[in-house]
Design a protein around this ligand. Sequence first.
Ligand SMILES: Nc1ncnc2c1ncn2[C@@H]1O[C@H](COP(=O)(O)OP(=O)(O)OP(=O)(O)O)[C@@H](O)[C@H]1O
Ligand SMILES: [Mg+2]
Length: 443
Amino acid sequence: MAGRILLVDDDAQIRTSLSEALDDFGFHVTLAESAEDALSKIASSEPDIVLSDIRMPGMDGIELLKLLRERTPDVDVVLMTAFDDMPTVVSAMREGAFDFLVKPVNLDELEEVLKRALADHRTRERARLQVEDEAKSYQLNELVGRDSQMIQVFKLVGQLAATRVNVLIRGESGTGKELVARAIHFNSPWAPEPFIPVNCTALPETLLESELFGHVKGAFTGAINDRRGRFTLAGKGTVFLDEIGDTGPEFQAKILRVLEDGEVYPVGGERPEIVEARVVAATHRDLEARVKEGTFREDLYYRLMVAQVDLPSLRERPGDLSLLADHLIEKGAERLHLEPPTLTKEAREALLGHDWPGNVRELENCLTRAMAIATGGVIRIEHLGLTTDSTGSGPVFRTMDEVEAEHARRVLEGVGGNKAKAARVLGVSKPRLYRLIEKHGLE
Ligand SMILES: Nc1ncnc2c1ncn2[C@@H]1O[C@H](COP(=O)(O)OP(=O)(O)OP(=O)(O)O)[C@@H](O)[C@H]1O
Ligand SMILES: [Mg+2]
């Protein structure tokens, strides 16, 4: 695949091993040991593709990418790093990286990516991506995950952020659909414009039109003033249509008209208002199935689904569980003004063993509850309120009696059978402890 490539890495070993591989793939390779070195060699080496590490002393790979996008927009840049977090992937993609590889680099994947890059380079002019709004980059830290499906999502978020196309986000409940919608908005050049969420199922039919499109003074009883609707309030920002799959025919017809006409008539108004907002919709429903059964309009489906983001369930990315738990504990602790508690090994294992039908939201609720009842900065297994049955097919709810017995037994064991201590730890009187021991046969 004859093509010219400039390989940038501060690690001499990686330069050697990767340049051998690139040679094998048929590239002419030029080596650079820093971003600065790469910039000085770019004119003479005339690469089609720059393959660069991100973390390097001096200028980093993202900075290099930015400069290259400005100076040589025709050169495709592929970045690689061992640091596979959301902010890095998103900024890489948003800044216009052609692709992103996680180190250690898989050679098959590398070859595939470079082939695509070269084809891309040769067949079309690349549109230059918009410059980022640095102020909003904090939003990036919100989305956690390093599962390959999530990395894919981050890439998409970065790419979609630079566009105005309508997006449909799909995923089970609690998988982070709203968070992704916000990430797309707040990483876009239109981030200073409003992000307006609309819970489609919470709007009563009678208010629907005026909420979405606004009304003029006197349009109906109670319309004391002119009021703008959500589509015009959003300006050039984003209207987030949550639970779009649960809407009825009337709602669907109205949204379709907005998307087709690009304008709305406020209730009672004679002049249309232009709608410039981007629409991001979300659903946990199977929309294709709804289209087939005739409960969701096909024309609306195609309007919404110019691009789609599919979020994996938490079950499908067990590798992210621990990472998410730590993130959510930190986030919850900040909200509760606590030092973040730690998880015991057993508690962490119990989290891993659970099925999480309610996904990240369920995990977050579970940890928030646990933080409220945990003492001494440690979350133990019993604070989680999780028990999994032996088939591992889901949580089994226990009775208060069972929980009481297990907890008392645990504490008694923990204090080596010392009843005075056990009563203190449990916060009960000694007579009450004796009754518990007798009731549950704990001796
Ligand atoms: N990848 C993630 N990293 C960090 N937090 C996450 C992630 N995904 C979801 N969350 C958190 O989990 C909670 C649920 O996310 P969100 O509301 O976006 O889900 P949803 O798919 O819209 O759920 P629902 O279908 O129930 O409305 C939020 O508090 C969100 O911050
Ligand atoms: Mg939601």
